[in-house]
Design a protein around this ligand. Structure first.
Ligand code: ADP
Length: 261
């Protein structure tokens, strides 16, 4: 009837409003925490005389400032992609170099946890491909960050290969690359496997955040991979580990056009 439909619509609107308030509260928290650290540490740096302690404070300022920037960039990226305002670049780049810089960002953290970080790039992956290296790196950085974060023993392996056989559209000018980020970590329960790709705003109350983080990481990865023409998938076994994978078609680039290292 009309009135039950009205009640259902009101309930939905109410849930959306609550999700938005929760989202804003969560983001405010994610911004306020590092900002407080920046201010507190800067103040301390001004007050201490010992140069070593001053430097310690300043590196904390830098650290907190960097994580603040990450939160802000996540929020901006997410809204930009959702509003379809994000355009991908098309330039010649070296995918091995992109992977190396993505992994380098996590070497320290992985080493601290005693984890091995491995890159395996198939020999047939061309020297140069055409696409958006910055956005591809962003996806890899996020997936590797999660893999390291949720793994206590073993390690993280990133594989890049060329799709074989089932790629009828492949030509000499283009090919499909397959990416896989595997870890030996805690794994993801089956009932959570869909929700992890949703933004905090879309997710229901059952995945209210228990730990820090904007909850935008995987939602952004998913949207970026889709923008590149692929699909981000996950396979996981609880207690054994997870593998996030996607395949994307790229143009074959000109190695001469690569920027010199
Ligand atoms: P957050 O910023 O909260 O970490 P993400 O979107 O990056 O948000 O991840 C969402 C959730 O998915 C995480 O909180 C975690 O529960 C789960 N998750 C993501 N990657 C992994 C992984 N490699 N192993 C286990 N759980 C993972």
């Amino acid at each position: 009837s009309k009135s039950t439909r009205l009640v259902a619509a009101m309930k939905k609107a109410d849930a959306a409003t609550r999700a938005k308030s929760a989202f804003l509260a969560n983001m405010s928290h994610e911004i306020r925490t590092p900002l407080n650290a920046v201010l507190g540490m800067a103040e301390l740096a001004l007050r201490v005389d010992d140069p070593t302690r001053k430097n310690e404070c300043l590196s904390r300022v830098l650290e907190a400032g960097t994580s603040l920037l990450t939160v802000i960039n996540d929020i901006l990226d997410f809204s930009k992609i959702e509003a379809r305002k994000l355009a991908l670049e098309r330039i010649d780049f070296d995918v091995r170099e992109v992977l190396r810089t993505a992994l380098d960002m996590h070497r320290l953290h992985a080493a601290d946890k005693g984890l091995v970080l491995v890159a395996e790039v198939a020999g047939e992956v061309p020297r140069a491909i055409v696409g958006d290296p910055g956005r591809l790196r962003q996806v890899l950085v996020n997936l590797v960050a999660n893999a390291v974060k949720f793994t206590e023993a073993g390690g993280v392996t990133v594989r890049i290969g060329v799709a074989q056989g089932r790629d009828p559209a492949a030509t000499e000018e283009s090919l499909t690359l397959e990416f896989a980020v595997s870890d030996t970590g805690i794994g993801i329960p089956r009932k959570k496997r869909r929700a992890i790709f949703k933004s905090f705003l879309q997710a229901d109350d059952s995945i209210t955040r228990k730990h820090g983080g904007t909850g935008l990481g995987l939602a952004i990865c998913k949207l970026l991979v889709e923008l590149m023409g692929g699909v981000l998938a996950v396979e996981s076994e609880e207690g054994r580990g997870s593998t996030f994978s996607f395949a994307v078609r790229f143009g074959v680039g000109d190695p001469e056009a690569l920027e010199a290292d």
